[in-house]
Design a protein around this ligand. Structure first.
Ligand code: CP
Length: 315
């Protein structure tokens, strides 16, 4: 049974196979051909946190694959009233793939341990594999091939998104420099770090200029965790940490001046949602080198590929 959790489960060949399927399906779609390769298959999506891109891209992916998706959240289901593990085991009798945006990656791993249907981590506190694979697809497209991708930079604290980016770069032999002043404690996975940092092409610095200098791509992400917010406001128990992070991380902001100084032709990347004025400036979001909306679109193509690969369907 295949699962997509942290990318630790995937080999280099697996990653390349998923990327190749995505490129093929994207080109078929652009040519106006149907990509309905999963008729009568159902993706069950459980969201314990909010989402725009992950929900819509997986939902559209299943529509275009000729299948169906079911959206569930904690409020409108019985998950909070019982042992979530029993609810998961019941859901696995209905669907063919389960995607979880979970509060705890441990719960995704528990679901995968039942080995009933493939399980996808749709962004937990530790991992975001679909984001990373879509981002690699974006870099392949803009560079003209995997082997043409030069230096990749990350700005801001190491987190769930940088974890899977770091491991994918290590497995694919890409150079990645993380301009990271610290690591989000919730995201720490020592096993992933050991595996990624075996690659001599992964480096960490606390100097943002050094991280960006000569880069082909500069990635960033929010400095805050989703758990800090409720209805768009910072929860009182997280307000000190929210203020501390704003002050500590502002030197790592991705902005046009930093690019002009260090890598004028680098493409700007952000997994979204963006927080202009914090981790990224408006002049970077709207920069001529920005590929942020290509990244967003590529979530659709890569997620089709992930679903097809997990189910072992030939295209
Ligand atoms: N990048 C990403 O996963 O976006 P959402 O949180 O909107 O799903």
């Amino acid at each position: 049974m295949r699962h997509l959790i942290s990318l630790k489960e995937q080999s280099r060949e697996d990653l390349i196979a998923i990327l190749d399927i995505a490129r093929e399906l994207k080109s078929r779609r652009r040519a106006g051909h149907l990509t309905n390769l999963l008729p009568a298959k159902t993706l069950v999506m459980l969201f314990q946190k909010t989402s725009t891109r992950t929900r819509v891209s997986f939902e559209v992916a299943m529509t275009e694959l000729g299948g169906h998706s079911v959206f569930l959240d904690s409020r409108s289901t019985q998950f909070l009233l019982t042992d979530y593990r029993d609810e998961i085991r019941a859901l696995m009798r209905f669907g063919h793939v389960l995607m979880m945006r979970a509060l705890r990656s441990a719960d995704v791993l528990t679901a995968a341990s039942y080995n009933q249907i493939p399980v996808i981590d749709g962004c937990s506190e530790k991992y975001h594999p679909a984001q990373t694979l879509g981002d690699v697809l974006t870099m392949i497209e803009h560079s003209g091939g995997l082997d043409k991708i030069g230096k990749v930079a990350w700005l801001g604290p190491q987190n769930n998104v940088s974890n899977t980016l770091k491991l994918a770069c290590a497995k694919l032999g890409l150079e990645l420099v993380l301009g990271a002043p610290e690591t989000d404690p919730a995201s720490v996975d020592p096993e992933l770090d050991r595996e990624a940092e075996k690659s001599e092409r992964i480096r960490i610095t606390n100097d943002p200029d050094e991280a960006v200098r000569g880069a082909d791509y500069v990635h960033t992400d929010t400095w805050m965790n989703m758990e800090f917010f409720e209805a768009g406001r910072v929860k009182p128990e997280f307000s000190d940490e929210y203020e501390r992070r704003k002050a500590a991380f502002i030197p790592y902001q991705l902005n046009a001046a930093l690019l002009a100084r260090n890598a004028p032709s680098a493409r700007v990347m952000h997994c979204m949602p963006c927080h202009p004025g914090y981790e990224i400036a408006r002049d970077a979001i709207d920069h001529p080198n920005s590929v942020i909306f290509d990244q967003a679109e590529n979530r659709l193509h890569i997620e089709k590929a992930i679903l097809i690969w997990l189910l072992g369907v030939r295209i």
